[in-house]
Design a protein around this ligand. Structure first.
Ligand SMILES: Nc1ncnc2c1ncn2[C@@H]1O[C@H](COP(=O)(O)OP(=O)(O)O)[C@@H](O)[C@H]1O
Ligand SMILES: [Mg+2]
Length: 253
């Protein structure tokens, strides 16, 4: 099993890249897609209608757990997660985390969910997690770790600063990752390539690729079409497919 977490500043293209990675990787591997960004939009990008979020299930658990009597609470949660939160498609499963926390203490529910998620994840070859820059679910421990972290950045000072902060954070959280990658997105020809390469080098990132601005992506987005409709032979899709194969190769060997 390999866990791939896609992260980076908001608006840099995490969801676009996650959706395409899921699209391509699920052809080769049994795959669980996880939307761990509270500002959830991975289902739309994939063109999938999601079922309940993990947050919603935790909410129900919170109000009803006292009435469960002798019922094993972890089994109850596990049943709910499998029965109501996992969305199955022909090629992969999807889980939406939802809001990390509301009012009150969710410590008990969270600690049970950790176990449920750990067991759930073992059923898949690959897990792709679309996260936010704060790595909230990792710091709370709902998701225990990632083998590969892909940090997405555009050619902005803020994007790069966030990338650096994420690297520090992933180390502080002691995420036991094997590699931390950087991918540039919406990079215009002749603008910023050198800077990003240098940034990756100095920051200890392995640079995956520099992805161009794509008019087709912008059009799909405007029409509300899923990103998975992107022409497979477009420069953008070909590059992301290459990244997908590289990740699979890396985790095989
Ligand atoms: N390479 C690209 N070319 C054109 N538009 C892009 C590109 N990458 C992302 N976008 C658009 O930018 C916006 C933000 O992308 P998104 O993947 O949602 O970012 P994030 O998940 O990091 O917040 C979306 O409207 C998306 O369609
Ligand atoms: Mg997103």
């Amino acid at each position: 099993m390999a866990v791939i977490a896609v992260t980076g500043k908001g608006g840099t293209g995490k969801t676009v890249i996650s959706a395409l990675l899921i699209h391509f990787l699920s052809r080769e591997k049994s795959l669980l897609a996880v939307d761990a960004d509270p500002d959830s939009n991975l289902p739309d990008a994939l063109g999938v209608k999601p079922r309940k979020t993990l947050g919603e299930i935790r909410e129900v658990f919170q109000v009803s757990r006292d009435d469960m009597g002798t019922m094993n609470k972890e089994q109850w949660l596990e049943g709910k997660v499998y029965g109501e939160a996992i969305t199955e498609t022909d090629s992969y499963d999807l889980l939406v985390m939802g809001r990390p926390e509301g009012e009150g203490c969710y410590c008990f529910a969270n600690s049970l969910l950790r176990g449920v998620l750990r067991r759930l994840m073992r059923h898949y070859d690959v897990i792709v997690i679309d996260t936010e820059a704060g790595l909230e679910h990792f710091s709370r421990g709902t998701i225990s770790g990632a083998d590969y972290i892909i940090v997405v950045t555009d050619m902005s000072k803020k994007g790069l600063a966030t990338a650096r902060r994420i690297k520090d954070l992933s180390q502080e959280l002691k995420l036991n990752f094997r590699k931390i990658f950087l991918v540039g997105n919406r990079i215009m020809d002749g603008m910023g390539e050198e800077e990003i390469r240098k940034f990756a080098d100095e920051g200890g990132f392995e640079l995956l690729d520099l992805l161009p601005y794509s008019e087709e992506i912008a059009r799909l987005d405007l029409r509300g079409d899923p990103i998975t409709k992107l022409d497979e032979n477009s420069e953008y899709a070909v590059k992301v497919k290459k990244i997908a194969y590289r990740l699979v190769g890396d985790s095989n060997g």
